[in-house]
Design a protein around this ligand. Structure first.
Ligand code: HDD
Length: 715
């Protein structure tokens, strides 16, 4: 057992050891130029006289400024804004039956990973809380080479064919004439495209749901999206769908909150991930797979190759096969998070592609984009991208080549180098593609089995609780309400009516429009000029499954009652009850939550027993949207609370966002400012006696509910 532990630790550290050779630490060192020349004055340029012009001769100035002038590289064309962390993946038991992938065989091995989360549409400096899909890209540094699972937090994609990807991205990005709006889909070009492409409807439902505004990157699911293949030692193939399930559950904020967080702290998600890891609250996900035998390929009501479809968990259950833990922040954002290059085509023996036309196009795009982003075909040599597996081939030269390949031989076959490097046999780990039989004509076309664009959009909508449905309706009212072109709004209402009549009517009400009685026939505009339009007319296929609980975040919230890493604001002022603070703080910290003392000014305030307490944030800095719950400890607070509009706004906002509010002996304050009928059912936990332990338990239980949506209607 001891050996197993050592083995797993060694395996986990392999990438860190590999990165060590490139690290540089200036502690106790003298400053030098890039050439190693020690620098005597880094503050003044070389001049002809104290007040004279700078000299061209000043190679130190020139080196410094030249380097600075070239510090930026192109940001990613999509997923530009991202945050990443190191960690490991460990399989629970061997998956040998289905795949020969090395990292899925041995539970004692910890495979190093580097995982980057991102928004899609915004630029590098845009807000974390945009309504958007989140990228969820994992690079596994396996002994057989790098494996990248480049997924999203939504299990489906907007389009079915990579041919449409540039159009989709052009439509959602800021409009090209004025570069507006930033990191937002609520504008004409996006919805123009969407309203002409019915295949986007299923993903649109997910993006309009609260999945698109996660509470934390640590609290969202991840999906491989496409159907992939597992290949075992006998060369048998099973189809596989990948799922990441967060240990903390899947949670979101509300849209009003998201918009305010964007102003108060646009690094909200990035900071949350960073701090959790620094505090040792390592985020964790379990990897689940849906495995489908090759023979069942055509047994579904949809096409397994269609990336706009899920395989419902009720139809094929998810098997949990391992876990990923992120336990180390990068040392350098640019070197690691910015330069990491993911690619769905980075696979290892035991995993293979399917003919999903979106995946097929991605297999071209990712290497291609790194060439302009990182500037050279040698991007694999950048430390964060470097494999920990041995790497030998005859690729040579190119910009910024690091490796010094020795000898005369850079071709194969060769006799002068003894035939090296040798091709690897299958039993030596040599990769071979799955030899799928293909018997086809060359066509520029799409399969009719891809024509059902609405059924799973309806399934998703039907599976939501009423609260979640309301949020989708409001999101659509917001997004479509921002449009300047009524024809686009009308086309969208027509499409929404194909998903659910009530949904379309409610959105129409918000827009002050009527659902068109005979909407434009939703032809699929994504077809060729000479195509038989009738053939491509969207078809609804009757679904045997009417609703899937797994698709609703709120129906699954009982799975994640934990309040670990949740943030609680303690509203305090001079004279606040010290015992109440200490008691609640201890109770919350025991559950893994953390607290911040918020008071009128920074520094310290005097508490009831005369002791001083350190203030974490003043009301000028703190904002209710940055917290999960609010607690008002007993003391001489009430007078202060009643007279302070900032405090009332703070609590009002927490109330509006359905968060738990707890107060000792402050009923009068709560009752005068809020509805008299409020009680624990509504997440307002009041306490007459500040030492009552059941109060703290009730407060923590209520926090486990996360939000009290029954308050929303009233708001
Ligand atoms: Fe993509 C980046 C995920 C379709 C072309 N994509 C990128 C990233 C993620 C995804 C997570 C960021 C990786 C990182 O953190 O560096 N993309 C997806 C998913 C898709 C998808 C889940 C559909 C299922 N993507 C897709 C298509 C194409 C691209 C169809 C092109 C045909 N994606 C790119 C890209 C990016 C990229 C342009 C930009 C930066 C990069 O690759 O490295 O090549």
């Amino acid at each position: 057992m001891k050996n197993v532990k050592k083995h797993s630790q060694d395996s986990e550290n392999r990438k860190q050891q590999d990165l060590e050779i490139n690290k540089s630490d200036a502690t106790d060192q003298l400053m030098t130029t890039d050439q190693g020349l020690k620098i005597n004055d880094d503050n003044n340029s070389l001049k002809a006289g104290e007040r004279g012009p700078s000299l061209l001769e000043d190679f130190i100035l020139r080196e410094k400024i030249t380097h600075f002038d070239h510090e930026r590289i192109p940001e990613r064309i999509v997923h530009a804004r991202g945050s990443a962390a190191h960690g490991y993946f460990q399989v629970y038991e061997s998956m040998e039956k289905y795949t020969k992938a090395g990292f899925l065989q041995d539970p004692s091995i910890k495979t190093p990973v580097f995982t980057r989360f991102s928004t899609v549409a915004g630029s590098r400096g845009s807000t974390d809380l945009a309504r958007d899909i989140r990228g969820f890209a994992v690079k596994f540094y396996t002994e057989q080479g790098n494996y990248d699972l480049v997924g999203n937090n939504v299990p489906v994609f907007f389009i079915q064919d990579a041919m449409k990807f540039p159009d989709l991205v052009h439509a959602v990005k800021p409009e090209p004439n004025n570069e507006m709006p930033q990191a937002a889909s609520a504008h004409d070009t996006f919805w123009d495209f969407i309203s002409l492409m019915p295949e986007t409807m299923h993903t649109i439902m997910w993006v309009m749901s609260d999945r698109a505004i996660p509470r934390s990157l640590r609290m969202m699911e991840g999906f491989g999206v496409h159907t992939f293949r597992f290949i075992n030692k006998n060369n048998e193939s099973h189809f596989v769908k990948f799922h990441w399930k967060p240990k903390l559950g899947t949670h979101a904020v509300v849209w009003d909150e998201a918009q305010k967080i964007s102003g108060k702290n646009s690094d909200f998600h990035r900071q949350d991930l960073w701090e959790a890891i620094e505090n040792g609250d390592y985020p964790e996900w379990e990897l689940g797979v849906q495995i489908i035998p090759e023979a069942d390929e055509h047994k579904f009501e949809f096409d397994l190759l269609d990336p706009t479809k899920i395989v419902p968990e009720e139809t094929v259950p998810i098997t949990i096969i391992g876990k990923m833990v992120l336990n180390r922040n990068p040392d350098n954002f640019f070197a690691e998070t910015e330069q990491v290059a993911f690619h769905p085509g980075h696979i290892v023996p035991g995993i293979d592609f399917t003919n999903d036309p979106l995946l097929q196009g991605r297999l071209f795009s990712y290497t291609d984009t790194q060439l302009s982003r990182l500037g050279s075909p040698n991007f694999h040599e950048i430390p964060i991208n470097r494999t920990i597996a041995p790497m030998f081939n005859n690729q040579r030269d190119g910009h910024m080549r690091q490796e010094i390949n020795v000898g005369r031989i850079s071709y194969h076959p060769n006799s002068l180098g003894g035939g090296c490097p040798f091709q690897a046999k299958i039993d030596e780990g040599g990769f071979t593609s799955f030899n799928e039989r293909i018997d086809a004509q060359k066509v520029r076309d799409r399969s009719e089995s891809f024509s059902d664009h609405f059924s799973q959009a309806t399934l998703f909508f039907n599976s939501q609780t009423q609260t979640e449905k309301n949020h989708i309706i409001n999101a659509l009212r917001f997004e479509l309400g921002k449009l300047e072109t009524p024809a686009i709004q009308n086309r969208m209402l027509g499409l929404l009516s194909q998903i659910d009549k009530t949904l379309a009517e409610k959105v129409a009400q918000g827009l002050g429009l009527k659902v068109p009685s005979s909407p434009d026939k939703p032809m699929n505009h994504g077809v060729g000029a000479d195509a038989d339009q009738h053939k491509y007319e969207p078809k609804k296929v009757t679904q045997s499954l009417k609703s899937s609980d797994a698709l609703s975040m709120l129906k699954n919230k009982t799975l994640s009652k934990t309040i670990a890493t949740r943030q609680v604001a303690f509203i305090c002022s001079e004279g606040v009850d010290r015992a109440a603070i200490n008691g609640m703080k201890a109770a919350l910290e025991k559950e893994g939550a953390s607290i911040k003392i918020i008071a009128p000014h920074l520094g310290t305030i005097k508490t009831s027993d005369g002791s001083e307490i350190k203030v974490d944030q003043s009301f000028l800095i703190a904002s209710s949207v940055l917290f999960d719950a609010v607690y008002i400890p007993d003391g001489k607070n009430t007078k202060f609370l009643n007279s302070n509009s900032v405090v009332i706004e703070f609590i009002n906002e927490a109330y509006k966002h359905c968060k738990v509010i707890g107060a000792d002996k402050s009923e009068i304050f709560i009752k005068t400012n809020f509805n008299e009928k409020l009680d624990a059912e509504q997440g307002i936990i009041l306490n007459a006696d500040s030492q009552d332990k059941t109060f703290r338990i009730s407060f923590i239980d209520a926090m486990g509910e996360h939000r009290f949506w029954n308050r929303e209607e009233e708001v």
